[in-house]
Design a protein. Sequence first.
Length: 143
Amino acid sequence: MVKNKIKTPPAKYNPVLIQINSMKSHYPNFKHHYDKEGNLFFVGVVQPSLTMPIYTISVEYRKNLMPKVKIVEPLLVEKPPHYYYKQGCLCLYKPANFNWTATKPISTYIVSWTTCWLYFYEVWKEKQEWLGPEAEHNQINKE
């Protein structure tokens, strides 16, 4: 008699492995780790343009919940635009306008959008005007 064995799903069906493999492929300088609760994080550096600072970012993968992106260094100025203050993370898109799922690659969407956000942040610091794309937000959720 053969016992039923639980098999680990192949990488193409495992959202965590999809994220790790995609990040290794697109951003090999990013490293991943798990916190004490088992949450997956990616940490690496991006530079919006050659004349702008290099930023270390942290992306928390939350399966079907919107990933959280935090700037590790250099620190952002106080009260930057398009930022969730209570959560301490960037506002990259309006959830009603983009349906995040566990298998959408962080490397394709979130890291790219973060680099764009940082570009417009640097421009905003200079001009005091946000020139990047934006959607109207409920201010209560951002405080």
